[in-house]
Design a protein around this ligand. Structure first.
Ligand SMILES: NC(=O)c1ccc[n+]([C@@H]2O[C@H](COP(=O)([O-])OP(=O)(O)OC[C@H]3O[C@@H](n4cnc5c(N)ncnc54)[C@H](OP(=O)(O)O)[C@@H]3O)[C@@H](O)[C@H]2O)c1
Length: 246
């Protein structure tokens, strides 16, 4: 398969390039700069339309403003688009959804299969313990721009689904603060080179249930994203989820 990777020089994109190459795909990349990654040619993002002419899929790990542009180019070319970038605002999501009308689009805040399972387990745990307090902590490397992480937001959405309510998301605490029943605490740490850790704490009735996931390398995200691209190639235009990928 002919795969184009946007953000090919980045921490995650370079792992996607390596994973896709290991699987025998023809890989090319785009980034702001044009620093080749190993044997893989990386072009400036302005060359994306040319590269998409022969592409079977585009995988994107960049920044929201670039991804909005990449989604439009994928839609123009009718190329399946897998996006792992996080931190979109509502307008950004609307742009991605618009692209999904012209080409298959698969967006995931986390391409680790363990996180996919975590979302299901959190939902089951919160539903089974309706009166327990819920607190979320996430840790990422110091270069991460958006906070809380896209994965943390997905976990919080799963908590809301399980409670059938929209809980108040309290981001850190300082000073006097009485905890409300409809509150979920959200705690963000940024340090060093941590690949991504998420922990959900459920506490009540003199017990604590802790559900957590830790990515041990970025290869786990790359493997999931390439699985998604292989599965998405040849699908009908539409909006897909990582949960759709077997
Ligand atoms: N969904 C998941 O499983 C998952 C996992 C990990 C990360 N992420 C997300 O993926 C995104 C990238 O993370 P990262 O840590 O890999 O970032 P990174 O190391 O900073 O890499 C960003 C890449 O995007 C390129 N880029 C930046 N601005 C651009 C622009 N305006 N136009 C074109 N290319 C541009 C950079 O190119 P230059 O080097 O030339 O500047 C670089 O190749 C973040 O949103 C992160 O949260 C998602």
């Amino acid at each position: 398969m002919n795969l184009v990777v946007a953000g090919a020089t980045g921490r995650t994109g370079s792992e996607v390039v390596a994973e896709a190459s290991r699987r025998g795909h023809d890989v090319s990349g785009v980034a702001r700069s044009a620093d080749d990654v190993g044997d893989v040619r990386v072009s400036p993002a302005s060359e994306l339309p040319d590269l998409l002419e022969d592409a079977d899929a585009l995988v994107d790990f960049t920044v929201p403003e670039a991804s909005r542009e990449h989604a439009a180019r994928a839609a123009d070319a009718g190329v399946p688009y897998v996006v792992g970038t996080t931190g979109f605002d509502d307008e950004g999501i609307a742009d991605l959804r618009e692209a999904g009308e012209a080409t298959p689009v698969l967006k995931a805040a986390n391409f680790a299969r363990g996180v996919r399972a975590l979302l299901e387990v959190v939902q089951a745990g919160v539903a089974a313990l309706p009166d327990y307090d819920v607190e979320l902590t996430e840790t990422h490397h110091s270069g991460k721009r958006d906070a809380p992480s896209g994965t943390a937001t997905a976990v919080l959405d799963a908590v809301d689904d399980a409670r059938d309510a929209t809980l108040d998301r309290t981001h850190g605490r300082e000073g006097e603060h009485e905890r409300g029943d409809a509150e979920v605490g959200v705690h963000v740490r940024r340090a060093g080179n941590v690949r991504g850790e998420h922990e959900v704490l459920l506490a009540g009735n003199d017990e604590v249930l802790s559900l957590s996931h830790r990515a041990e390398s970025r290869r786990v995200f790359a493997a999931g994203a390439v699985d998604a691209a292989e599965w998405l190639a040849g699908r009908e235009p539409g909006w897909y989820d990582f949960g759709d990928v077997p």
